[in-house]
Structures are given as C-alpha cells and as structure tokens.
Design a protein around this ligand. Structure first.
Ligand code: ISE
Length: 337
C-alpha cells in the first residue's frame, strides 16, 4: 500500500527528494518525474523506473500518481499547487508557496473552501532537531516571554542572479517561517538596512544585509543575511527571553580534531548537509500524513501549511519593499478566518 508520488522539478532539491523517497522513506515510491530538462528527468527517473512526463499538469493528473512533491522554481508553484488541490491530491511544495502574498492568500482560501488540508510547505527547519527543541523550550514557558531572536543565515556562495531582493525571497523566507514558528505569532513589519557589501557582491547588490522583523507582540527579530561568505553554510538562532536565552546552530559538527598544533572541525558546506535530517523527517511525516489523508479522505498535512506559506510570502513581500524603498513596511496580513 505504498503511495505513488510525482516529483516535479528534479534539480538539486527535487533529486534529493527523489533519493529520500526511494531510499529512506517508508510507504511511498516515485512513479513519475517531470523537469524542464528531458535529459535531467531521465537521469533521475530512469534508474528508479519512474516515468518521465514533460508536462507538470499531466503528471499531477496521472492515474499512477496519488500525491505530488513540487520542487520547480517558485514562479511555477501557484499553478501546480492549485492543480493538486483541484485533483484532490496531497502536495508537499518547496518554499515559496507562491511568489506573491495575494496569490498565496488565494491558494489558502481555495484550500479552505474545498474543506480539506492538502498543502504542506517545505519549511524543513521545523523538522530540524535543534529548531524543534528550541520551539518546545520557548512554548514550554521556562524562559519566560521571548523578547528578541537573533539570526544569522550565511551561504558560502550563490549564483550571480542572487540580488538583494532575491536574498529576501529565497533565503530570508526561512527566517520568516522560523521566526513565526519559534515565537508563535505573526510578523507585523519589516525593515532592512543595507550595509557595506563584500567585494564578492555584484555591483548594486547589498550582501550582507541586516533585516529586522517586528512581531505583533513587539518582540524583535534581527537577521544577518550573508550569502557570499566564501566559508560554509551557517545558520544560527539565539532567543533572548525574560528569564534566559538559548542558542542553536553553533556547532553543527561535534567532532573536534586536534592535529598539527591546531584544533578544529569542519562546517557543513551546504543546506542539504546541514538540514539532511530535517528534510528526511519532513518527508517521512508528510508521506505518513498523505497516506492517512488518502485513506480517510481527510487532511493530509503534518507540518506547515498554506497559511504558513501565505504568511511567509507576506513577510517577504514587505521585505522586498523595505529593501527597495529603504523604509519600514507593514506586512498587512489578512485575518486567518
Ligand atoms: C536556498 O533556496 C535555501 O532554501 C536554503 O535553505 C537557504 O539557506 C539558501 O539561502 C537559499 O538560497
């Protein structure tokens, strides 16, 4: 009784998901893969005996597909997620849910109208052991009320097209979700200060930048976003609360080597290395939820859903406006009901 999955987009993330589904996840198998590159689709699909279907809409509708994983570029997500909803098929959609707050809100409303939660958004940090433990610590109340979150999000290198706006949409989007997850409330406003750029940054691109979120309670979130460090993949979060503070992400490698008169270790080179456990756990929990939802005809989500996708889109849209205008921008989120 394995469920049959179509994976749309088999680039870096999509092919990782195919491997996760094939080797490390119980209860599912990949029957269809789809990609703009026919060659890439065959490279990933052929070894596991999956069909290659060029048209994503056809892949979603296929009889041998029970559920869908979307890892195409963000601009393709809206149409693909809506097609999954109309087909009544559970979907795990990589972030972003859609590229605009208005379209993300429309997706959330359509899912609500249909009365069944079918959309999970791939904010995998929620499945990372450290993030989950921090969230529980905060929610448990031991630290008292959260006052500030300090986040650093650093990538070793990114493609040339990664400009200041893209840094918000593609990278800070993770802090948008993790801040909501950790604080348990919505973000009301976003400001961005462009700093002195690294010599590695293309002309006109502010890398690094300092982003500030103001939560509804007034709690503050500072984010250093720096995507061309030349070092490694580093993601840290510190919570400062009324009765204590807590820090995650400092030591991602606990093996400390001592040799040649030095001591040290390695840092994870990329997000798959850093968050591999989170991606795999996210996949297993989604597959379990999708199977249960298919069997019962009910909800098929175990993790962040379309509302979370909408909230992140609203925060990023405000963040992009803040970068462009150099002003504090309110997220102006809709009411959930
Ligand atoms: C990328 O899209 C991701 O999702 C990574 O988790 C993030 O760290 C990176 O900055 C993004 O570009």
């Amino acid at each position: 009784d394995e469920i049959r999955i179509a994976v749309l987009g088999v680039g870096k993330m999509g092919s990782f998901h195919v491997e996760s589904l094939t080797r490390r996840t119980r209860g599912a198998r990949v029957t269809v893969v789809s990609d703009v590159s026919d060659e890439q689709a065959h490279r990933v699909g052929d070894p596991i005996g999956a069909r290659v279907v060029a048209d994503p809409a056809e892949a979603i509708a296929a009889d041998d597909v029970d559920a869908v994983v979307i890892a195409t570029p963000g601009s393709a997500h809206e149409a693909q997620v809506l097609a999954c909803l109309e087909a009544g098929k559970p979907v795990l959609c990589e972030k972003p849910l859609t590229t605009e707050a208005a379209t993300a809100a429309a997706v959330y409303r359509r899912e609500t109208e249909l009365g069944r939660r079918l959309i999970q958004v791939g904010f995998m940090r929620r499945f990372d052991r450290e993030y989950a433990a921090l969230q529980q610590m905060i929610a448990g109340g031991d630290l008292g009320a959260p006052l500030m979150l300090h986040c650093a999000h650093r990538n070793p290198a990114v493609p040339e097209f990664f400009d200041s706006e893209f840094m918000i949409r593609d990278s800070v989007v993770h802090e948008a979700d993790s801040a909501r997850f950790l604080l348990g409330e919505e973000i009301a406003a976003v400001s961005v200060v462009r700093g002195r750029p690294t010599a590695e940054a293309p002309a006109g691109v502010s890398d690094p930048m300092l982003v500030l979120f103001e939560a509804e309670s007034g709690a503050l979130v500072t984010i250093e976003i720096f995507v061309r460090t030349g070092i490694a993949y580093e993601v840290r979060t510190e919570i400062v609360a009324e009765r204590g503070s807590a820090l995650i992400g400092l030591d991602q490698n606990v093996v400390t080597k001592r040799a040649g008169g030095t001591w040290g270790g390695t840092i994870t080179p990329d997000f798959v290395a850093r968050f591999g456990q989170a991606y795999d756990d996210q996949m297993q929990r989604w597959v379990d939820a999708a199977r249960a939802g298919i069997a019962s005809g009910g909800d098929a989500v175990d993790g962040p859903g379309s509302w979370d996708g909408y909230a992140a889109a609203a925060i990023c849209e405000a963040g992009v406006a803040a970068v462009v205008k150099g002003e504090r921008i309110e997220t102006g989120m809709e009411d959930r009901s």
